[in-house]
Design a protein. Structure first.
Length: 132
C-alpha cells in the first residue's frame, strides 16, 4: 500500500518544470538590445521599416530604416503564428505595426548578423500609447 501511495503522489504532484524566463521589468531601448543577447527582456522601438517576407514566410518589423544598421532590432513573426495575430484582428503585422512604437517581450538573439526577437503571439507586442 505504501508503494502504491508513493506512486500516486508521483503521478499527482507536478515535477520540476522549465518555466519561461521572465523579463527583468526594465524596458530596453532598441539601440541597446544588442548588449542583451540571450536575455529575456522588453524592448521598446518604433517600427521604421516592415515587410511581409513572402519567400521567407515571415513578417519583419525593424527598429531602423536600414535593417543592416548595427542598432536595428528585427522582430520576426513566422507565418505559422499568423493565425494568433488574425484572431486578434491583425491580418498583416507588417502593415498593422508600421510606424507605431511598440514594446516587444521575448528573448533577444543574434542571428544572421542581426539582433532579433522571434514572436509567436500578439500578446508579446504592446503598442505604446494605444488603449485597449
Amino acid at each position: 500500500m505504501i508503494a502504491t501511495t508513493g506512486l500516486l503522489l508521483c503521478l499527482i504532484l507536478p515535477g520540476p518544470s522549465a518555466q519561461e524566463p521572465k523579463p527583468s521589468g526594465k524596458i530596453v531601448p532598441a539601440a541597446e538590445a544588442k548588449s542583451h543577447i540571450d536575455e529575456t527582456a522588453t524592448v521598446e522601438m518604433k517600427v521604421k521599416l516592415s515587410k511581409n517576407g513572402e519567400k521567407q514566410m515571415t513578417y519583419y518589423l525593424d527598429s531602423e530604416a536600414d535593417y543592416n544598421d548595427e542598432n536595428n532590432v528585427a522582430v520576426l513573426i513566422s507565418y505559422k503564428h499568423a493565425d494568433s495575430f488574425k484572431a486578434a484582428g491583425i491580418d498583416d503585422p507588417s502593415v498593422y505595426y508600421r510606424g507605431k512604437t511598440i514594446r516587444v517581450t521575448g528573448k533577444i538573439i543574434k542571428e544572421s548578423k542581426q539582433t532579433r526577437m522571434k514572436v509567436e503571439s500578439p500578446k508579446a507586442i504592446e503598442v505604446v500609447g494605444e488603449t485597449k
